[in-house]
Design a protein around this ligand. Structure first.
Ligand SMILES: [Zn+2]
Ligand SMILES: [Zn+2]
Length: 270
């Protein structure tokens, strides 16, 4: 089927509106809820004493929307490739039933975690850091708006996974939308500056295999550790988990909510 230029333009605008709205809604909702409405109640859960200046948040917002625009551009390529029959496995997966739908959603998230872990470590090599990953680390103290604040190269690596995965793994198209939902949901919370995951009596996270906000916050503070986005597996297997991660997590997550201002020493820039 032939796709006209106005149709492509329409797809692009729709894509930007869809992903841009989702990013903006999550970022603004998390910021407004945690940083404004509940800031006093959750004071004991604030990871760092300092709060980023409003200008940082605005800049992050701008760069995140730029990433969304790139995602939509690649999204058009995916749609056109789909029409050209370049995703034959997706066609089979469309009719494979609910169990496969859920299994392929889990598979896609687990595979993305591995992809980000390895590409993230690669981006931290001195040779590539400036081109691919410096923008994200300009937010030494992140905010809910940091989620998609990427250099072009990093944004391309992120959306590249979405373009390639359905070609090598039978993934129904409906999974992609939930996958993107999971991505922005977790990503916004990882940068939110407040530790909200519940701790067990021994101070470890209830779901120790999931990353926490403290986990990723430590990466922004000391960039040699904690490269994985969603699960703690790769950092544990490869010895890149921050040696103080669990102690820092426990110090924040187990602090009584009515405790006075944060006694946690400020994290230093790496
Ligand atoms: Zn980050
Ligand atoms: Zn990094």
């Amino acid at each position: 089927m032939h796709t006209t230029l106005p149709e492509i333009g329409h797809m692009w605008v729709n894509g930007v509106a869809h992903d841009g709205r989702r990013y903006a809604i999550f970022a603004i909702a998390v910021w407004f809820t945690l940083w404004i409405v509940l800031s006093r109640v959750l004071r004991a859960r604030k990871i760092r004493e300092a709060t980023p200046p409003p200008l940082q948040l605005l800049v992050e917002f701008f760069f995140s929307l730029r990433s969304v625009a790139l995602f939509s551009t690649v999204g058009i390529g995916i749609s056109l490739a789909q029409r050209a029959g370049l995703y034959p496995m997706a066609g089979w997966a469309q009719h494979a039933g609910l169990a496969w739908f859920l299994a392929s959603l889990v598979a896609m998230i687990v595979a993305q975690d591995a992809w980000i872990y390895w590409s993230h470590r690669w981006m931290h090599r001195p040779r590539w850091f400036r081109t691919f990953h410096r923008r994200h680390h300009r937010s030494n103290n992140p905010s809910p708006f940091t989620a998609y604040s990427f250099d072009f190269g990093e944004a391309f690596l992120m959306v590249g996974f979405v373009a390639v995965w359905p070609a090598i793994f039978p993934t129904p198209w409906g999974v992609i939308d939930l996958f993107m939902f999971h991505q922005i949901f977790r990503n916004t919370l990882l940068h939110a500056g407040y530790e909200l995951t519940p701790a067990r009596a021994d101070g470890r996270p209830w779901f120790g295999w999931l990353t926490t906000t403290t986990h990723h916050d430590l990466h922004h503070a000391q960039a040699g550790y904690n490269f994985a986005p969603w699960f703690t597996w790769w950092d544990r297997w490869l010895g890149t988990e921050h040696p103080e991660y669990l102690a820092r997590y426990a110090a924040i997550a187990r602090r009584p909510l009515k405790a006075p201002a944060s006694p946690t020493p400020e994290l230093l820039e790496a």
